[in-house]
Structure formats: structure tokens, C-alpha cells
Design a protein around this ligand. Structure first.
Ligand SMILES: O=C(O)C(=O)Cc1ccccc1
Length: 277
């Protein structure tokens, strides 16, 4: 049987690469240049699975990931993968640097160190932490630094100048393990189950319907673990709601679907984050 192919945001050495190795260590890991390319690779069946960073414990929701899932009828979530994220400064010298490269998520996780140590340096967002490290290490002028990982530095023998520059030593990123609903080699659980975390996205014609949905969740003692809104891009000040909750039954899911305009069951998977009393 062909090995499972798992797409991740590359180049090799990213935290997404680490998530792919944690999720499917024996799979074939396919490096992709952007988060959009990861989703496209899943939809085109270039890969069987893919990883998207969806939330960080310091910096919050990864908005570009939600926008890639918005209205997406093909992608389904199989699992959530938690990756401890410890950031390093990679480059040649702290003294001559005038720019600091990294994935946008990384800047928001290292705000204190950057403010205290590189106050005048320009932050330059690039597609990934390992791409940032590659540019910094190849810049022989020494004017470029990167926020990257020890994992990446070890993979390419890059020079690490400072370790653990994240604001919070418990810094952690939650990744979603995604696949395509269309026939695939990966069996997909069709229904949500109460003991798992269930991920839904929906729109409603009137915000009063939200109250009704919240009441239904309360009645069934289902617990919210995350709520994110993104502009519907259909009418100003209307939203796509992304909710994750534990304790949702298939029956209640269908009742919620009945009051929504657009509705998509994104998946049910083991809850690895929230203690639900
Ligand atoms: O660029 C990476 O390494 C990624 O995988 C995205 C990311 C960046 C910062 C924290 C977690 C994930």
C-alpha cells in the first residue's frame, strides 16, 4: 500500500514540520511553500493529509488558517496536534542586524524579547520560520536575523545566537490535521460524538439565532472550547462563526444545522486542550 503523504508548511525545519512528524512519523512528508498550498494539496489529492496551525497559546487564532477553511466544503479535521514552540534567534551577529525575519505568528510570540533586545530592527514577515532562517544564514553581511527553531538550525547547521526568546515558556501552537472529504485512503468518521471535540462553521440570517444556538448548547451541557468569527464577505458586519465544543451529540448538531444558513461539520476529534468539568 502506498505510504500516506502529509503536507506541511516548509521548508523542512518549521514547527509545521514538527507537527507532521508528531502526527504521522512514518508518512511521506511533503514540504509546501504556503498555508494555502497545503490546503490546495489536500483538495487536489497531491497529499492525503495536511497540517494547518490554527491557534497559538500566546498569540491567539491563526487568522489566515481560518480564512482558508471559510466556506471550504472539502476539508475535514481528523485531529489536533499540540506543538510546544520555543523560538531561537538565527543569524551571524546581534550587533549589525537591521532586519528580523520570521513567520508573522512568531513575532507575536516574542514581543518582549524583540522590544528589549532589537528595538530598532525592522520586522519582516516571510512564509515560514525555516525560510526566515535560510535567508538570515545566507546573508553574509550579518544584517539579517531570523526567529526560527533549534529543530531548523540543527537540520541545516545554522548558527543559533539566542535560545528561548518566546514571551511564555509554555508557548504552544495547536495544529489541525486535515484531509479531504472526497474519497480518500483515510477513513473519515461521519458523525460527531459527545466525548470528542467537534468543530463547526456556520452563518446565520439573524444574530438572534446565535442566542438560540447557545441555548441549545447550554441545555445539552455542551461546553465551548473556542469561538472565532471571520467576516462573511457577503454583507458588511455579518460573520462566519467557527465554534469548537465538547459534548455535542449528532442530534443537537442537526438541530443547530437547521437554524443556520450555511453550515459545515468540520470534524470530531480527541480534545487535547480544554479541561471540561
Ligand atoms: O513557520 C513555521 O515554522 C510554521 O510552521 C508556522 C508557525 C510559526 C510560528 C509558530 C507556529 C507555527
Amino acid at each position: 500500500m502506498n505510504s500516506v503523504k502529509v503536507g506541511f508548511l516548509g521548508p523542512k525545519g518549521t514547527f509545521s514540520n514538527k507537527a507532521a512528524l508528531l502526527a504521522k512519523p512514518d508518512a511521506i512528508h511533503i514540504s509546501l511553500p504556503t498555508l494555502a498550498a497545503v490546503v490546495e494539496a489536500i483538495e487536489s489529492h497531491q497529499v492525503n493529509l495536511g497540517l494547518l496551525p490554527i491557534e497559538n497559546s500566546t498569540n491567539g487564532s491563526v487568522i489566515p488558517a481560518y480564512d482558508l477553511l471559510k466556506y471550504n466544503k472539502d476539508i475535514v479535521v481528523l485531529d489536533e496536534i499540540l506543538v510546544p514552540v520555543h523560538h531561537c534567534i538565527v543569524g551571524h551577529s546581534l550587533n549589525n542586524a537591521n532586519r528580523l525575519l520570521s513567520h508573522p505568528q512568531a513575532f507575536g510570540q516574542c514581543t518582549k524579547w524583540i522590544k528589549d533586545n532589537l528595538p530598532g530592527v525592522t520586522a519582516v514577515p516571510v512564509n515560514s520560520t525555516s525560510h526566515a532562517a535560510e535567508i538570515a544564514s545566507n546573508d553574509q553581511t550579518g544584517s539579517t536575523l531570523a526567529i526560527s527553531s533549534q529543530f531548523c538550525a540543527d537540520a541545516y547547521n545554522y548558527k543559533v545566537l539566542v535560545k528561548d526568546v518566546e514571551d511564555d515558556q509554555n508557548n504552544c501552537t495547536r495544529f489541525l490535521l486535515l484531509t479531504s472529504r472526497v474519497s480518500n485512503t483515510i477513513p473519515i468518521a461521519p458523525e460527531c460524538t459527545r466525548e470528542k471535540k467537534t468543530f463547526l462553521q456556520f452563518t446565520v440570517s439573524h444574530t438572534k439565532k446565535l442566542n438560540y444556538i447557545f441555548q441549545m448548547l447550554l441545555q445539552e451541557n455542551s461546553a465551548f472550547t473556542n469561538l472565532v468569527t471571520r467576516p462573511s464577505c457577503q454583507n458588511p458586519w455579518t460573520y462566519v462563526y467557527f465554534i469548537e465544543c465538547v459534548g455535542l451529540s449528532q442530534t443537537l448538531l442537526l438541530r443547530i444545522e437547521s437554524v443556520c444558513d450555511e453550515f459545515s461539520f468540520m470534524g470530531s476529534y480527541e480534545n487535547k486542550t480544554t479541561k471540561v468539568v
